[in-house]
Each structure stands twice: as C-alpha cells, then as structure tokens.
Design a protein around this ligand. Structure first.
Ligand SMILES: [Zn+2]
Length: 116
C-alpha cells in the first residue's frame, strides 16, 4: 500500500512550510527524513533546527501526490494550517458593503402634532 504524506514545518524554511511526499513505507520514509536522507528540503529544515511533524496521510499513489502538489494549496490540506487557510479565504472574500445593515428604526422619525 502506498501513502501520500504531508509534513508540516513548525516555522517556514525560506518559503516552504510543508513537504508533500509519497512512499510505500511511511515509517521507514519518516525515519529517513528524520536522519536527513531522501529529501534535500527536509535535510535543510533539519539543519536549520526547524521541528516538523507528519500532519496528514492519504492512501494514494504517485499520481495522487502530483494531483495534490498541482493544487498549490497545501496549507488548505494541512490539518495544522486549515484554520489559517480558512481565515485568509474569508478575509479575501470580505468586501466592504455599502448597504446599511438595517434601516433606521421608524421610531426615529419624529412625528409632531401640528398646531392646525
Ligand atoms: Zn501546515
């Protein structure tokens, strides 16, 4: 069985905050990454002293890994970043509205008894 896995970095390394990989032996692959073997990015991340964790795994093949990579929205896939991604999407969608939230209450209209 093959696994697509997502590694989340505790803090960004240059512009990278995640590593998306594919393996047929997740335990061995993660041990390699811990030892700085198999990925230059993770080697650099280790050397920079940045902590990382496996944030998600999917049962899938290399094609699925490429599909996920092509989406270029890894933070949205990451359970540890999903709140940030949702927040940014919400902020982007937020546009100032010119419509008043509610009309002035009718009691604000001052009615006078006219003297005639
Ligand atoms: Zn993340």
């Amino acid at each position: 069985m093959s696994t697509v896995y997502l590694i989340h970095f505790e803090k960004p390394y240059q512009h990278a905050k995640h590593y998306l990989g594919f393996t047929t032996d997740l335990t061995a692959r993660i041990a390699d990454h811990r030892a700085g073997v198999g990925s230059r990015l993770l080697q650099a991340v280790n050397n920079a002293g940045i902590k990382w964790t496996v944030a998600g795994t999917w049962s899938g093949n290399r094609k699925f890994e490429r599909q996920l990579k092509r989406r270029k929205e890894t933070p949205a896939l990451c359970p540890l970043c999903i709140g940030d991604a949702a927040y940014k999407r919400a902020r982007k969608a937020e546009k100032p509205s010119l419509t008043p939230v509610r009309a002035a209450p009718s009691s604000a209209v001052i009615e006078r008894d006219l003297p005639f």
